[in-house]
Design a protein around this ligand. Structure first.
Ligand SMILES: [Ca+2]
Ligand SMILES: [Ca+2]
Length: 223
């Protein structure tokens, strides 16, 4: 017996309407926009990373400088802008200033083309006396300008980049603390970057005496 013919299933074939295409394009652009970091932010991240690498190199160079001396000592800050350390006799002319980049054989600026700031303890920078296993520094790094909590103390040296906003005079109290030179004030601030042109964006590296002294023992310069 012949079965009755099945009626053909109607098929639909049509393109997208302009409205549908527009909706899809909007969704795709939103997705891409959410994934792509703006170029300016990428540049900031790169500058921060590059500067942190420079700070790590500076730390190594400071240790290398000390290890190159028969009686180890750290270089003095550059206080006249030529990149060379400034000494008056065996002591530093000032304990704080710019990093003596030329003395250390390093690049002169951070990723934002600003000089690195540098402070060294008087006890670690005397070129006649040198330092010993028991020498203590006087520099502290704190969580805030009030310095209620010290992250590190009795440090021989600290180096900092003023960050992206380094060219401007800061209004942030923590940034002012890092930027302003006061002979008797050896406190610095380090915490996470708060961003913006008036926020905190400084990058610090400090040299603990434990690391400095251990490395000089390894190099045969101490005790
Ligand atoms: Ca100089
Ligand atoms: Ca800054």
């Amino acid at each position: 017996m012949r079965l009755p013919a099945v009626p053909p299933v109607p098929t639909f074939s049509r393109g997208f309407t302009l409205t549908e295409m527009a909706v899809v394009l909007v969704i795709v652009s939103l997705l891409i926009g959410g994934m792509v970091i703006p170029m300016s932010v990428q540049q900031d991240i790169r500058n921060n990373t590059d500067t942190q690498k420079q700070l790590a190199n500076i730390s190594e160079a400071l240790i290398g400088f000390a290890a190159s001396k028969t009686k180890p000592y750290l270089p003095c800050p550059d206080t006249d802008g030529d990149g060379l350390e400034n000494r008056t006799g065996s002591a530093c002319t000032l304990q704080e200033g710019n990093l003596p980049w030329a003395t250390l054989g390093l690049g002169r600026q951070d990723a934002w083309n600003n000089p690195f700031r540098y402070r060294v303890a008087a006890t670690f920078s005397d070129s006649t006396a040198g330092f010993t296993l028991s020498t203590a520094g006087d520099i502290r790094v704190c969580e805030a300008s009030t310095c209620a909590t010290a992250l590190a103390a009795a440090l021989p040296a600290v180096v900092l980049s003023l960050g992206k906003n380094g060219a401007a005079t800061p209004t942030d109290a923590d940034e002012l603390k890092n930027r302003t030179y006061v002979a008797a004030d050896a406190d610095f601030v380090q915490h996470t970057q708060t961003g913006g042109t008036t926020g905190f964006d400084d990058l610090l590296v400090w040299l603990p005496s434990s690391i400095l002294i251990t490395r000089l023992i390894s190099a045969g310069r101490l005790p």
